[in-house]
Ligand binder design. Structure first.
Ligand SMILES: [Zn+2]
Length: 328
């Protein structure tokens, strides 16, 4: 039996209990206190600490639904270790239904490990880093892509022992896995994954479906993936269950991020999960007069992961049009 009380945020969790509280508090201009919600499921027996977080981007809420349902399934008396659930990492962005923090416009998943004396995003990131990531052994951060998209996980490899554990987390989760290469997408640094890896803790990003809506099959996929991971790291008993009901691309994959040169409305030419050949036109951009201004070709032989258009089905110069997975 775990004998010590685990203190995290305002929670003091005893073995065999589920606890509801907050990781930290921040404030609105009228002094209203805003909580970073925390649920600690403390198993009866010793084991790892698994951090599960969602909604660092305020429009990506499927993970919060998965965590709500997961808590009803977990029995702390039959569990080893502890699950830290953080369903809303960025309460400011969530309140406004926007991706980035409204106060400072930063993408909070680019500023880790943050700064305790910095701007809003940096402070919240630092609280998460100091109070949750540092005490956890495994970190899974839930995101979601706008439609059309297939669900996938992302790992980053750093050429160290931790890589094997990250690969194993992704394998247990059981869906398409992308090995993110900074050379392909250099702006994606300062993430929760980077913060975890800086401490040699294995970490996984889950890209579920979709923006601003809870997608029940995607929640189900997230819960199955979490339970698979908990089984694989010895927190609960049971066999790994196969993920099904959506395309899964096998093999060692990375991805390219395709951005627009011109601007306009977007015609999408493939479904998420479709195979594409190098040179295939995957999207066309047309202007308000109906004229085609750009044809976007796939630079690789691969598979469409998502057309992650964040607003309307339209782009400006430099906006992301597609993620395409390719075998490495
Ligand atoms: Zn996200």
């Amino acid at each position: 039996m775990q004998n010590k009380i685990l203190k995290i945020g305002n929670i003091e969790a005893e073995p065999g209990t589920i606890n509801y509280g907050s990781l930290a508090e921040v404030y609105l201009p009228d002094s209203t206190e805003i909580k970073i919600p925390l649920i600690v499921v403390r198993g009866n027996k010793d084991g790892p600490i698994l951090m599960l977080s969602s909604t660092i981007h305020g429009t990506e809420i499927t993970g919060a639904d998965a965590l709500r349902k997961l808590i009803k399934i977990l029995d702390p008396n039959e569990m080893k270790g502890t699950v830290l659930c953080l369903p809303v990492l960025n309460p400011f962005a969530f309140q406004h239904s926007v991706m980035n923090t409204p106060q400072d416009s930063y993408n909070m998943n680019r500023v880790f490990p943050g700064d305790p004396k910095g701007l809003t995003s940096f402070r919240i990131a630092n609280l998460i880093f100091e109070r949750a990531i540092k005490v956890s052994d495994y970190i899974i951060d839930f995101h979601a892509n706008p439609q059309p998209a297939i669900p996938f996980t992302i790992i980053k490899l750093k050429g160290a022992d931790v890589d094997k554990k990250s690969i194993s987390l992704a394998k247990s989760f059981g869906i398409t896995t992308i090995r993110m290469m900074v050379s392909n997408e250099p702006h994606r640094t300062g993430t929760i994954i980077d913060a975890a890896l800086s401490l040699d803790k294995p970490a996984l990003t889950v890209e579920a479906l979709y923006w601003r809506r809870i997608e029940p099959t995607s929640s189900k996929m997230c819960i199955k993936g979490i339970l698979n991971i908990m089984k694989s790291i010895g927190m609960i008993n049971g066999n790994i269950e196969k993920q099904e009901g959506f395309p899964i691309i096998e093999g060692e994959l990375s991805r390219v991020e395709i951005t627009a040169n011109k601007g306009g409305f977007v015609d999408i030419k493939f479904n998420a999960g479709d195979k594409v050949n190098k040179g295939d036109v995957i999207a066309e951009i047309w202007n308000p007069y109906g004229e085609t201004v750009e044809r976007i070709e796939s630079p690789v032989n691969g598979y469409i992961l998502a057309y992650p258009l964040l607003g309307n089905q339209a782009v400006a110069t430099g906006d992301i049009i597609a993620f395409i997975a390719y075998k490495i």
